[in-house]
Design a protein around this ligand. Structure first.
Ligand SMILES: [Zn+2]
Length: 292
């Protein structure tokens, strides 16, 4: 009998002990702390934001929303957005697709998974596109392809270099073949840009996979990636099952691709703007008077 009481006492104490920590957890307003996906350590959101969303403990480059990416890349206040009125339809009548689009629009305040427009980097005018993985995992539907193709056409007309930050799970399954067609459309637009001799810098961020990695993201005159970004076409398990071989641990990382010649450079987020400005400066078409 006594034994039972003691057991009950300890049980109570243990239960009581968990209450303050639960409460403390709830006392921290939502969004005040961020847990790193890689090392699991917790950092104050403000500190992470100041650190350009790079984990101060393990240097993991976390996802960045398109507005934040534009803020950290473009000279402040110099962004003019294109095609804010383009919205996906539901061509295949895929169940729940429209609801999911609406939900992501409300959540992100964006019309689609890519933001395009123009601005300046280090004083050099550019047409820029930034994919946003918060919107349908950055998947490429018809509107994403159309916005990118139109941005490339603007770059051709204005003779501005084109810079695109990719972050995508690939093609958008709810749009089937129409989604896959965007690979050809964006690649054809880039071929025109190339014919015009206009610079295209592709920046691949974590993750850039599927149809996006297999089209415009890999077609840069210069292909840059952020450290440790996952870049690939099919998933590791599918490839291993198909070729019946174990793949290296670093397979599909930016570092692996750099080693095998598929990337030109890996650039830390804190150096990205400066690197882009330097590349733009090197590739700027100088006046004939300068002898260039
Ligand atoms: Zn970390």
């Amino acid at each position: 009998m006594r034994c039972w009481c003691v057991k009950g006492f300890f049980y109570k104490r243990r239960k009581y002990a968990t209450i303050p920590s639960e409460k403390a957890r709830k006392d921290i307003p939502e969004g005040m702390i961020v847990k790193c996906d890689k090392c699991g350590k917790i950092t104050f959101a403000k500190e992470i934001q100041k650190n350009l969303h790079v984990c101060p403990h393990c240097d993991h480059h976390m996802s960045v929303s398109s507005p934040e990416r534009l803020m950290m890349t473009l000279d402040q206040g110099n962004f003019f957005e294109y095609d804010t009125d383009l919205i996906s339809s539901d061509p295949l009548h895929f169940e729940g697709y429209i609801d999911k689009l609406k939900k992501d629009m409300d959540k992100t305040n964006l019309n689609e998974a890519v933001v395009t427009g123009e601005g300046t980097i280090g004083g050099f005018p550019v047409v820029v596109g930034v994919m946003d993985s918060r919107f349908r995992m950055g998947s490429m539907g018809s509107v994403v392809g159309e916005k990118i193709a139109r941005a490339i056409e603007k770059a051709i007309v204005k003779k501005y270099p084109f810079i695109l930050f990719s972050a995508s799970g690939g093609a958008r399954m709810q749009e089937g073949i129409l989604s896959l067609m965007q690979m050809a459309k964006t690649s054809a637009a880039l071929a025109k840009l190339h014919q015009e001799g206009i610079l295209f810098i592709s920046v691949l961020t974590n993750p850039t996979t599927g149809g996006v990695s297999a089209s415009f993201a890999s077609l840069g005159d210069i292909n840059i990636a952020e450290p440790n970004a996952l870049i690939g076409f099919a998933g590791r398990r599918i490839i291993e099952q198909t070729i019946r071989q174990k793949l290296p641990d670093d397979f599909q990382t930016a570092e692996f691709l750099l080693k095998h010649g598929q990337l030109d450079m890996i650039v830390h987020r804190k150096d990205m703007k400066q690197t882009l400005a330097k590349l733009l400066d090197l590739h700027m078409v100088r006046g004939e008077a300068n002898g260039f």
